[in-house]
Ligand binder design. Structure first.
Ligand code: NDP
Length: 248
């Protein structure tokens, strides 16, 4: 139980990758404060699942695009569980479109959620981490931030931004015993991918050397490694898990 007595924040915990990460953290002994946007039923069910695993959970319906609201996540983790050790920036959305069809709203919504959302939560958490001279941050970026998939200029820009954010922050806070890393998944079987057209999914699968999409649990396992003592010398890095899609 590598996270025993630790407290973690997970943004976007109700579904997909965030859900798998929250359950992984609970199995590792952490208490979890997670956020979601709309899905209250899923939030209640996740809180129950965490409690069944012996952890404590606190669900907060808040939009990570809102800087002030994001502070509530950090404050609730600290007031409710008494400490904060881990932040997983996971909340994200796509609004895939060819650039010539993309509206300003499509652009801003994606940048605000994926990139600004991670800034908002991390900006509040870092104050606590610096004071206690200890902390661990993992951000979920995407392989598209490295290779750029078509119809994802907004999403690729946000995810590439998160890779730069991870590198810069890792250098900035390393002296305070704070590690900052990112995970870049390829296509993972979640709601985000479920809505893609079948022909497009099949075409993408053909480009993946391992011939399949990944599982949310595989992303959670990589996050688990980055949070562990075995990864104690790793900071500022982005670990890619994409079945080989981005091999050059
Ligand atoms: P899902 O669409 O399955 O889940 C998204 C989660 O984020 C939900 O819990 C949702 O809450 C929450 N969320 C969305 N917007 C906000 C917001 N503004 N404020 C707070 N919470 C929000 O996504 P995935 O699990 O597939 O993706 C998780 C992360 O992994 C994202 O950052 C995504 O970009 C990244 N990723 C995913 C890949 C994939 O193939 N699936 C590949 C590479 C990266 P609610 O349930 O209430 O809507």
């Amino acid at each position: 139980m590598q996270c025993k007595d630790k407290v973690a924040i997970v943004t976007g915990g109700t579904r997909g990758i965030g859900h798998a990460i929250a359950l992984m953290l609970a199995r590792e002994g952490a208490d979890i404060c997670f956020s979601y946007l709309k899905n209250t039923e899923a939030a209640e069910s996740l809180a129950q699942e965490i409690e069944k695993l012996g952890g404590k959970a606190r669900a907060l319906q808040l939009d990570v695009r809102d800087f002030e609201k994001s502070k509530e996540l950090v404050e609730t983790a600290k007031s409710h569980f008494g400490r904060l050790d881990i932040v997983v920036n996971n909340a994200g959305i796509t609004r895939d479109k060819a650039l010539m069809m993309m509206t300003q709203e499509d652009w801003h919504e994606v940048i605000d959620t994926n990139l600004n959302g991670a800034f908002n939560v991390t900006r509040h958490a870092i104050v606590t981490f610096l004071k206690q001279r200890q902390g661990n941050i993992v951000t979920i970026t995407s392989v598209t931030g490295l290779i750029g998939l078509p119809r994802q200029t907004n999403y690729a820009a946000a995810k590439a931004g998160l890779i730069g954010f991870t590198k810069a922050l890792a250098r900035e806070v390393a002296a305070y015993n704070i590690r900052v890393n990112a995970v870049a998944p390829g296509l993972i079987e979640t709601d985000m991918v479920a809505h893609l057209k079948e022909e497009y999914k099949e075409a993408l699968k053909k480009r993946i050397p391992l011939g399949r999409f990944g599982k949310a649990e595989e992303v959670a396992a990589t996050v688990r490694f980055l949070l562990s003592e075995s990864a104690g010398f790793i900071t500022g890095q982005t670990i890619v898990l994409d079945g080989g899609l981005s091999i050059v």
